[in-house]
Design a protein around this ligand. Structure first.
Ligand SMILES: [Zn+2]
Length: 296
């Protein structure tokens, strides 16, 4: 990497990209919007979501200060629809991987929805995995046609590193040879990965976490905040998760929640997605911001 790029990367890391001391997070939406239109090709027409499973947890684990009210947290993936193809953001997880999280107390799993997701992954032109956690990568990593899917799946160096060295579940650990089947890239802060789609480095929830900005042909914008928040209330209340097993860079995540709250309050043409918020998913489907069924 040339010295100026290394400097830029270090700066981005220090500014909330993924550095350990990150406590600021201020992605520039003007730069991201400009970047969303640099790649040749038509902008996307729509974004569809799918819920393949859920975990149900008391609110006190989901939002700091929460009570015993059960919160349904779906495990989701999203499909960006173009006139002639589709791009998948994350890949859900197979039932065995889902069940491995709570072997003694089975949680909801939607077999038919995962079958639809698997078909959408097969049909996609491109797949992007936002971070290495099981509910985001297992649909690719554990697929019977892994090599075929990996050949059209973009992961970052950080995701690759986590999949090899700190897998979320033992069965998701990949060898160097398996990683070599992916398209692996590195970028300092933002990366235009497809027409209308820009990746944003957002280490914090995990070191390799990213957000995804999507600009549709209609001018509508979607910002997938992935797992910085578990539910929209983490953003609205600027309060983190409170589950003891979640090991996050808390200052980095808090900075992201503050930025997302500001974006939510000021950007009226933009809808924020949160991977694990069931109520938000329903509301966005009802309002037409996203489709509730995968196409194809
Ligand atoms: Zn997740």
């Amino acid at each position: 990497m040339p010295p100026d790029l290394i400097k830029a990367k270090a700066k981005a890391d220090g500014a909330g990209g993924g550095g350990r001391k990150a406590s600021e997070f201020n992605p520039d939406l003007a730069i991201i919007r400009a970047m969303s239109t640099v790649l040749p090709g038509a902008l996307p027409l729509a974004v569809n979501g799918v819920r393949v499973a859920a975990s149900i947890r008391p609110r006190r684990l989901v939002v700091a200060g929460g009570d015993e009210t059960p919160v349904t947290m779906p495990r989701t993936a999203f499909q960006i629809v173009y006139p002639d193809c589709s791009v998948m953001i994350d890949s859900g997880l197979d039932k065995a991987t889902h069940d491995s999280f709570s072997p003694d107390k089975p949680e909801p799993y939607f077999v038919e929805q995962f079958a639809k997701l698997a078909r959408a992954l097969d049909a996609a032109r491109l797949i992007v995995l936002t971070h290495h956690h099981a509910d985001h990568v297992a649909g690719v990593v554990r697929a019977r046609n892994f090599a075929e899917l990996a050949a059209k799946t973009i992961i970052t160096m950080d995701v690759a590193d986590c999949l090899m060295n700190t897998p979320h579940r033992p069965q998701l650990k990949l060898t160097q040879a398996a990683i070599a089947k992916f398209i692996v890239l590195d970028y300092p802060q933002y990366y235009p990965v497809a027409p209308g789609v820009v990746l944003i480095r957002a280490g914090g929830h995990s070191t390799d976490s990213q957000m995804v900005f999507i600009r549709l042909q209609s001018g509508r914008e979607i910002l997938h905040s992935v797992d910085s928040a578990w539910i929209m209330d983490n953003i609205l209340e600027a309060k983190g998760k409170a589950a003891p097993w979640v090991k996050e860079d808390v200052p980095a995540v808090m900075a992201q929640l503050r930025w997302l709250k500001a974006v939510h309050e000021t950007e009226k043409s933009l809808s924020i997605l949160v991977t694990h918020d069931d109520t938000l998913f329903e509301r966005l489907v009802q309002s037409g911001a996203i489709g509730g069924q995968l196409a194809g």
